[in-house]
Design a protein around this ligand. Structure first.
Ligand code: IMP
Length: 203
């Protein structure tokens, strides 16, 4: 059975990715499952797509294997797409979620409800033996709240209310978030790419 290495160290993501790809004829593993550590890849691209591709190509070359990598973050319309690829280090290098959320709330302080549109974006890239197979993107549109709401999730979840919901991501159960999230949408697309790739290999 073909092995797929998930190039992430984020526990939430690992669980979600394993779950969605469950049932496929593929063995989904994390680097630690095979006694390996992820090599460091500098995420210095100007788009999520560039970063996801760089990670998947580099790591799949390193392991000589099939590798799925992702990069994600929040784009705020009023801030011309910021924090974007700098979502994790918006307030400063190695910022906490608390610091990033406070910075975002401060910048959006006097911005009215109708101008608080934002989207979570996730790019995912699949590579085999150092060669890119495909990159896909998932998006989830919503609005920014004026204060943090909810304790679940991570990152900007307490400030983000997806379109059509009365709850922020942090007020939802993980299962509800995972049905509509940017990451889930990218993963669904990637599942089709993977299925086609596995089929091709057999022909
Ligand atoms: P990563 O590099 O893809 O792990 O994500 C970069 C940053 O984007 C995270 O540190 C979070 O601040 C933010 N982010 C990405 N996805 C989410 C999400 O699902 N909820 C909240 N914040 C997120």
């Amino acid at each position: 059975m073909k092995k797929l290495i998930i190039a992430t160290s984020n526990k939430n993501k690992k669980h979600e990715i394993k779950n969605i790809l469950k049932g496929m004829n593929i063995k989904v593993v994390l680097p630690e499952d095979i006694g390996e550590e992820l090599p460091m890849v500098l995420e210095n691209g100007s788009t999520f797509r560039q970063n996801a591709i760089k990670k998947s190509v580099t790591i799949s070359g390193f392991f000589s294997a099939l590798v799925l990598a992702d990069d994600s973050g929040l784009e705020v319309n009023h801030l011309d797409g910021k924090p974007g690829v700098r979502s994790a280090r918006f307030a400063r290098a190695k910022a906490t979620d608390e610091e990033n959320n406070t910075k975002l709330l401060t910048l959006m302080k006097n911005v009215p409800a109708q101008k608080r549109g934002a989207s979570f974006v996730c790019s995912m890239a699949l590579s085999d033996n150092g060669f890119l197979i495909k990159a896909v993107e998932g998006r989830c549109a919503g609005k920014l709240e004026f204060e943090k709401k909810g304790d679940n999730g991570f990152g900007y979840d307490p400030l983000f209310r997806p379109v059509g919901s009365t709850k922020t991501f942090a007020e939802m159960t993980p299962a509800s978030k995972n049905k509509i999230s940017h990451r889930a949408k990218a993963l669904q697309k990637m599942k089709e790419v993977l299925e086609a790739y596995m089929k091709e290999g057999k022909e």
